[in-house]
Design a protein around this ligand. Sequence first.
Ligand code: GLA
Length: 396
Amino acid sequence: MRVMHGLARLLFAIELCCLPLSGQTKVAARPPMGWNSWNHFAGHVTEADVRSAADWLVSTGMRDAGYVYVNVDDTWEGKRDARGVLHTNEKFPDMKALGNYIHLKGLKFGIYSSPGAKTCAGYEGSLGHEAQDAKLYAEWGVDYLKYDLCSFQDNMKKAEAEHPDDPNAAKNLMIAAYRKMGEALKATGRPMVYSLCQYGVDQPWKWGPELGANMWRTTDDIDDSYGRMIAIGFSQAGLAKYAGPGHWNDPDMLEIGNGKMTQNEYKTHMSLWVLLAAPLLAGNDLTKMTEADKNILMNKEAIAIDQDALGRQGDRLYQSGDLDVWTKPLSGGRVAVGLFNRSWSMRDVSVDLKEIGFKNGATVRDVWKQTDLGRRSGVVTSRIPTHGVTLLVVSQ
Ligand code: GLA
């Protein structure tokens, strides 16, 4: 008994001494990967769904492929008590136990809130309770916070009306709100990924890193349609220079496996997101994954492009009508190339290896076909079906 008591104290001391220390290791050194409840479950998500998602991340091999964050999105929140402490609603009876469950599976725990009084789904936000909420998350063992602007836009409109001469009144108020939570998270001493969700308003890539943000949404919400997905994906041109280890552009979560796009369209989705060094947050029902969905979400070579050690985001090389070529520099002098066909017919899409730094030819690998195309020089052309993609890794 006495030995156990001593051991427990020792473990406690280690926790006290070393948790803040581990905060010095870089958070989100690579684009965060995991699963988020919103795209499939939206407001219906329950603790049981999240536990099940954790189970399935392990049994499908998703965890071992890199998808480690289990993120509870909006609608977990209950009411505040007289001391202002936020409680969960009946769908989430015990957040600390949920966090433990997730951690015991070798996964990480993510949560959601808003700088406004209310979240987007009308639940309790963190306005005026930032430090208190951050402390609560740390107590629950949270590793990731998505902080969603939502009703704070009302506060911004008010600031605009009150300061008609100041064009930055709303923007400054928003930045201050995001800074406040950034500082509150830091003050807990627990490393947490800080994910800004404000739909790209006022170019968060320019001010996010300075607030301690590890990622920021660059656009409004995605949905499970090819039109919306490509509108977001291809609008990311020009943002590459703002991304790097610890701070990433976030074109929103993945829809792969939710059923409304074709396999070629989902391959386009995954290819674009990995070329963009985007956070990869699966948004599907993991209990119902087809082999085709698994092959897309867990293609090791595609994931390696996203997670590459260089930490560079890719960008558009050129566009001609419905055809697009994007490249992403990789470690070891390699380059990932995405050849995209957005048209309604089969088309040839080409890249000139000389244009991407391989004057004397290169070795080319087709990521989706999992085949080596051998030594090539000059122009490489691929015949691509409607809404399809060829994803290549080119090396010396
Ligand atoms: C916003 C966000 C979504 C999701 C919902 C939840 O729309 O952009 O990703 O978090 O709120 O209400």
